[in-house]
Design a binder for this molecule. Structure first.
Ligand code: 2BA
Length: 109
């Protein structure tokens, strides 16, 4: 068994959870915050059999778009060093950041 941890953008989460449910995958949705942008994102926990992992990865790829965000925040104390460092910069977010972990033991009590 595997645990897929998928960090996705909030806008993509409803479509993805719906698609997962339609294909019989169970998931848990957690509200999370990115450490870099410090904006909300969604973390999905999906427990599944090993052979189903490719199907879920494909679904995540299909439902999660890459978007460009402008970040105006500079590095800490950057203003004091160089005003150029606080100019807005473009970062690409997503489609999704995915970790696939082995599950040692699964039990429902
Ligand atoms: P954030 O940490 O808010 O990062 C948002 C986007 O900013 C990232 O998109 C990446 O393009 C950029 N970014 C992040 N850290 C950066 C840095 N030190 N310098 C320059 N650009 C940086 P994604 O890579 O698609 O990540 C989306 C979200 O997934 C992240 O939001 C974070 O919540 C999570 N994530 C990404 N990599 C992770 C990891 N290795 N471990 C845990 N969570 C991760």
């Amino acid at each position: 068994m595997k645990l897929v941890i998928a960090i996705v953008q909030d806008t993509d989460a409803p479509g993805l959870t719906k698609a997962l449910l339609e294909r019989g995958f169970r998931s848990t949705k957690l509200a999370s915050t990115g450490g870099f942008l410090r904006e909300g994102n969604t973390t999905l926990l999906i427990g599944l059999e090993d052979e189903k992992v490719p199907e879920v990865l494909e679904l995540i790829k299909e439902k999660c778009r890459t978007r460009t965000r402008l970040v105006s925040r500079g590095l800490p104390f950057a203003e004091a060093l160089d005003p150029f460092l606080v100019q807005p910069v473009e970062v690409q977010v997503g489609g999704a950041v995915v970790f696939v972990l082995p599950v040692e033991h699964f039990v429902k009590l």
